[in-house]
Design a protein around this ligand. Structure first.
Ligand code: DGI
Ligand code: FE
Ligand code: FE
Ligand code: FE
Length: 187
């Protein structure tokens, strides 16, 4: 499948607004890859596919999650965490994406993980700072992203964790682990 067909297949999974977000993440991911010595082509591919399953009905997401025998622990947390892990499996099967680094960046784009690769960091941060994003603190994260990928990502996770705490929601432990690990590489 060529890149244009893959773009169209991805576009057809989501409403127009989410497609605009996807294109924003592609642009930001390529920019971050260029700034931080990452691979812009892999950044572009992972960013294109990162939210492939985001607008699938939650029941369908849960069904695929179970079918792929993914870690049942995650089912105890916000269903917003499902779309990354299932997208990695779906794009592998449907679109023949075999690059494990790209698949991991898709898989962990929401939660983060302990040993985030450069590509994981680029996609996760691009998801926070793409031009269409507007949440409290996003300007600060964009500024930090000019000089430190890790510091910006910590600020991103801080904002997500603060949001979850304010809402009285559970925090998926892998996000806390990801944040702690990033702080360790800073110091
Ligand atoms: O899919 P996007 O909206 O582009 O962004 P995302 O994949 O980073 O999803 C973020 C959503 O997931 C955000 O609304 C917060 C929610 N969420 C719920 N529990 C957790 C969580 N995000 C993280 N990182 N960790 C959690 O424990
Ligand atoms: Fe997402
Ligand atoms: Fe994210
Ligand atoms: Fe996203």
């Amino acid at each position: 499948m060529n890149r244009e067909a893959l773009r169209e297949a991805t576009r057809s999974q989501m409403p127009a607004k989410r497609w605009d977000h996807t294109l924003g993440v592609v642009g930001s991911a390529v920019e971050l890859a260029n700034r931080y010595g990452g691979d812009p082509e892999r950044a572009e591919l992972a960013a294109l596919l990162h939210d492939y399953c985001k607008y699938w009905p939650i029941d369908e997401q849960r069904r695929v999650y179970a079918e792929e025998s993914l870690d049942p622990d995650l089912l105890e947390y916000d269903p917003q965490l499902l779309h990354g892990p299932i997208a990695a499996e779906v794009v592998r099967k449907r679109h023949g994406i075999e690059d494990e680094e790209v698949l991991d960046a898709i898989r962990y784009h929401t939660s983060g993980r302990e040993r985030m690769t450069l590509l994981d960091k680029i996609v996760c941060l691009a998801d926070y700072i793409e031009p269409g994003r507007d949440f409290p603190g996003v300007h600060n994260i964009r500024e930090i992203a000019e000089h430190s990928l890790e510091r910006a990502l910590v600020a991103g996770f801080d904002s997500t964790i603060a949001f979850l705490l304010a809402k009285g929601k559970k925090v998926y432990p892998l996000t806390v682990i990801a944040r702690n690990a990033l702080i360790d590489v800073l110091n």
